[in-house]
Design a protein around this ligand. Structure first.
Ligand SMILES: [Fe+2]
Length: 286
């Protein structure tokens, strides 16, 4: 049995005493997966796997998902992305994740789990915010639940129609720029989890552009109404990074956003995270 500590009621658990430097017992893997599906968010403390060990951990939760934007992929580890504020020549760090979104939901098979591993952590700043879309859905008035049942949002890469003025995520792709497979996708707004069937409000913010079969003004208004509801502080967990943290979230059941961080000047303000994202069901449930 894993030793777990709740974070915010049912949303999120902290787990200590797990060592990802070593292969995990299949029973522990199953417990981790079930815990993630139930609590949406897991924070592992004090981890130190190397890249191979971390890459071996990811596929317990699904099939490795390489990012559509090829230049984002880590050399030698195409399924991994390094998120870093260590910049050369006065460049500014990427703020492509500073908007509420769900990873890769512009794809027909979006990410199902994303994990972030802190290699370096700043003394302050660069927090990651994660919002609980199960509770957000549960709290919707019955009238709204009925209204959105069966509705599908349309997603493409880049910021859509339900973003806030402070968001600074990626702009929609122009066809001639890095367009590997920007085909877009449609996903239910009230979307059942692929393993548990539990319904969550699925990514009304971020990349949503409209709703299938709905007038654009009406769709924009509805997506904004749902997004405003979903990112209320009561649904949000803010993670302040320490070296060795691995934060995992079930992307079907959450939304997340980065917060802006300036270019690093030294170890005290450097943030370097390794991201792995997977899609589909965990092999034990596939
Ligand atoms: Fe993300």
């Amino acid at each position: 049995m894993l030793k777990t500590t709740p974070i915010q009621g049912e949303f999120g658990v902290r787990i200590e005493g797990l060592d990802l430097d070593r292969p995990l017992d299949p029973n522990v893997v199953k417990e981790l997966i079930d815990t993630l599906h139930e609590h949406r968010l897991i924070v592992l403390k004090g981890q130190s796997p190397d890249k191979e060990q971390y890459m071996a951990f990811g596929p317990h939760f699904g099939r490795l998902n390489e990012h559509m934007i090829r230049k984002s992929r880590m050399k030698g580890y195409p399924a991994m992305i390094e998120l870093s504020n260590v910049m050369a020549n006065g460049e500014k760090p990427s703020r492509a994740a500073v908007y509420w979104h769900t990873d890769m939901c512009w794809e027909r098979e979006p990410s199902s789990v994303t994990m972030l591993y802190a290699i370096e952590a700043p003394e302050s700043g660069g927090e990651t915010l994660i919002a609980d879309m199960v509770q957000a859905y549960d709290d919707l008035p019955l009238e709204t639940k009925n209204r959105i049942e069966g509705l599908k949002a349309i997603h493409y890469y880049g910021m859509g129609v339900a973003t806030r003025k402070e968001d600074i995520g990626p702009k929609p792709l122009k066809p001639q720029i890095e367009k590997d497979e920007d085909v877009g996708a449609e996903h239910l707004l009230a979307r059942p989890h692929s393993v548990t069937g539990r319904i969550a409000l699925y990514s009304p913010a971020g990349t949503s552009r409209g709703i299938v079969g709905m007038d654009q003004d009406e769709a924009t208004a509805l997506l904004n109404e749902l997004s405003d509801h979903a990112i209320q502080p009561k649904y949000i967990y803010e993670h302040k990074w320490s070296v060795g943290d691995i934060v995992m979230y079930d992307t079907s059941l959450t939304m997340h956003t980065g917060t802006p961080i300036d270019a690093a000047t030294g170890p005290k303000d450097t943030r370097r995270l390794y991201r792995i994202s997977v899609k589909g069901k965990p092999p034990i449930y596939a």
